[in-house]
Design a protein around this ligand. Structure first.
Ligand code: ROI
Length: 164
C-alpha cells in the first residue's frame, strides 16, 4: 500500500477540536491502515493576516483508496466539519485536508496535484512532516525531505503540548 501523507489545518471554531475530529475520521477510512499524526502546531496565517492563527499537523496513512477516491473522502470530511468554500482566496477555514504525498506518484489533474504544489515552501507542512516521516523520504520532483529541514529551521511554529 502506498505511503500517504495528509496535511491538516484549521483556524475557526476550536481548531484543536477540528483536528481531533478529523484524525478520528481518517482513522475510520476504509481500505486504510492508520499510522500516526504529528504533534499539533500553532502557526501564523499564510495569506491575509486579518484571520486567526492556524493549528496544523500532518498525518500518515497507508491506503488502497485511489488518489481521487481518497480526495473525495477528504473533501467529504471537510464539508461535514462545516467547511464552506468562499470566494476569498486564502481565507479562514474550519478544516483543510490536503493530500501532500501519495507514495511516489506524481499526479497532475484538474482536481488534484500531488505532491502538493507548495509543500516545500510551507513551514506548517514541513515541520510536522519531519515529525512523522524519515528524512530520507524522497519527495517526487523536490528531493529529500531532510534537505528542506534547514530552510524551515527558524520557523515560527509553536508546538502544542498535549495534556493527556
Ligand atoms: N496558513 C497557515 N498557517 N496554515 C494553514 O493551514 C493555512 N492554510 C491555508 C492558507 C490560507 C494558505 N494559509 C494557511 O489554506
Amino acid at each position: 500500500m502506498p505511503e500517504v501523507y495528509i496535511a491538516l489545518g484549521s483556524n475557526l471554531d476550536d481548531p484543536v477540536r477540528q483536528l481531533d475530529q478529523a484524525v478520528a475520521a481518517l482513522k475510520a477510512l476504509p481500505k486504510t491502515h492508520w499510522h500516526v499524526v504529528s504533534p499539533y502546531y500553532y502557526s501564523k496565517p499564510m495569506g491575509p493576516d486579518d484571520q486567526p492563527d492556524y493549528v496544523n499537523a500532518v498525518a500518515r496513512i497507508d491506503t488502497r483508496l485511489t488518489p481521487l477516491a481518497l480526495l473525495d473522502r477528504l473533501q467529504w470530511i471537510e464539508r461535514r466539519q462545516g467547511r464552506v468554500r468562499k470566494s476569498v482566496r486564502w481565507g479562514p477555514r474550519t478544516l483543510d485536508l490536503d493530500l501532500l504525498l501519495y507514495g511516489r506518484k506524481r499526479i497532475r489533474q484538474r482536481r488534484l496535484i500531488v505532491p502538493h504544489y507548495d509543500l516545500a515552501e510551507r513551514d506548517f507542512v514541513i515541520i510536522p512532516l519531519l515529525d512523522v516521516a524519515n528524512g530520507d523520504l524522497n519527495i517526487p520532483g523536490i528531493g529529500l525531505l531532510s534537505a528542506l529541514k534547514q530552510k524551515h529551521k527558524k520557523s515560527g511554529l509553536v508546538k502544542i503540548v498535549q495534556h493527556v
